[in-house]
Design a binder for this molecule. Structure first.
Ligand SMILES: NC(=O)C1=CN([C@@H]2O[C@H](COP(=O)(O)OP(=O)(O)OC[C@H]3O[C@@H](n4cnc5c(N)ncnc54)[C@H](O)[C@@H]3O)[C@@H](O)[C@H]2O)C=CC1
Ligand SMILES: CC(C)CC(=O)C(=O)O
Ligand SMILES: [Mg+2]
Length: 362
């Protein structure tokens, strides 16, 4: 029987439309092969939405996302909007989408593919076999805490304020996702915080420690975030699953990206308790290479695989997408960001066409 899904597409800004085009082509072909049909609905977000309707997250877009089975997002942002007031910034639209869909758990896998060992910034013996899942809290912490703003002090000086805050309920729900993720993986969970300095981090550490009694099969450890950043580069193989707050997870997942060769390789899944998830690359809109056919579309394509696996419960289709990416790399095709001697560098579009050929060859 054919299974049908409604997918909202949010291409966004910069390289977003280029990598989204590749991902949609891949999804259509895999859909035909797996008896899945997709009803696509493209909507505005970020800078593109600001330009069109002066709102980085139009109500129509959020409503369309809520009515979908899954949302595929590319990236938002760009120099053009960097000096706009906060409510007219692309990033405000992205945060609004995450909050609006209550996507509190962001899964960011960083896996070194054997074909890309030469592309990593680290020595082969350091990165070989690395397979890390960063579980990042996504709707709390300093990105959302109040008070926030720029206020005047008694002396008339301006003072910028953001607040890092977590409730017990927020820590517990991301903690449970992390323990359950670790149970399905290597059984090790490292919680990353700054409990030596921050009250919010001490509460985080205490709660995660308490929760661990419910997961005796998971080996829990704790690291301060500065040490964790260093350890990720020093000996990344010590990590299996990492759980951390919104800001720390944002930074640590970009570090983890470079272990795998390029930020252009890292997909992610943003999930809530129920309702549609958003599937998006870890990287941003890369305005420095936008419109030049240089973008690596593989993080977006691998986000399609995460959508099929985590959002639509179609693991066989997800396997097909991931295996096509591995074949492409094994055949020596690369975008510029992951090139190494002896490989063939292609543009974003040509990488997409080659992936389709690989999929059609079965
Ligand atoms: N989820 C999202 O939509 C995110 C949006 N942003 C926004 O993106 C804009 C640019 O931010 P940046 O700090 O420059 O981060 P970025 O991730 O867009 O780019 C950082 C560097 O990585 C390269 N890069 C990124 N993705 C690539 C890809 N697929 N293929 C090849 N190279 C790639 C870029 O060319 C750039 O040199 C900003 O407006 C930022 O707020 C940043 C991160 C996440
Ligand atoms: C652009 C920010 C709002 C988010 C970000 O950098 C990320 O989610 O990786
Ligand atoms: Mg980021």
């Amino acid at each position: 029987m054919t299974q049908s899904y409604r997918i909202t597409l949010l291409p966004g800004d910069g390289i977003g439309p280029e990598i989204m085009a590749v991902a949609v082509d891949v999804l259509k072909v895999v859909g035909q092969q797996q008896n899945l049909t997709f009803e696509f609905n493209e909507a505005l977000i970020g800078g593109a939405a600001i330009d069109a309707v002066e709102n980085p997250l139009p109500k129509q877009t959020l409503d369309a996302c809520k009515q979908s089975d899954a949302v595929l997002l590319a990236a938002i942002g760009g120099y053009k909007w960097d000096t706009m007031p906060r409510h007219l910034r692309p990033e405000t639209g992205l945060l609004g989408l995450r909050a609006g869909l209550e996507l509190f758990a962001n899964l960011r896998p960083a896996q070194i593919l054997p074909q890309l060992i030469d592309a990593s910034s680290l020595k082969p013996e350091v990165v070989e076999g690395v397979d890390i899942m960063v579980v990042r809290e996504l709707t709390g912490g300093v990105y959302f805490g109040s008070p926030k703003g720029v206020f005047s002090t008694e002396t008339g000086e301006q003072r910028g304020v953001n607040t890092m805050a977590y409730t017990v309920a927020e820590i517990d729900r991301i903690g449970r996702v992390a323990f359950e993720t670790a149970q399905k993986r290597g059984g090790k969970l490292c919680s990353v915080d700054k409990a030596n300095v921050l009250e919010v981090s001490q509460l985080w550490r205490d709660r995660i420690t308490d929760l661990s009694s419910e997961y005796p099969d998971v080996e829990l450890s704790h690291l301060y975030v500065d040490n964790a950043a260093m350890q990720l580069v020093r000996w990344p193989k010590q990590f299996d699953t990492i759980v951390t707050s919104n800001l720390f997870g944002d930074i640590l997942s970009d570090i983890a990206a470079m272990l795998t060769g390029s930020i252009g390789m890292l997909p992610s899944a943003s999930l809530g308790a129920d309702g549609p998830g958003v599937f998006e690359p870890v990287h941003g809109s890369a305005p420095d290479i936008a419109g030049q056919d240089k973008a690596n579309p593989l993080a977006q394509v691998l986000s399609v695989a995460m959508m099929l696996r985590y959002g639509l419960d179609q693991p066989a289709a997800a396997d097909k997408v991931e295996s096509a990416v591995l074949t492409l790399l094994a055949q020596g095709y690369r975008t510029g960001d992951i090139q190494s001697p002896g490989t063939t560098v292609l543009g974003c579009k040509a990488i997409g066409e080659t992936l389709i050929q690989i999929l059609n060859q079965g």
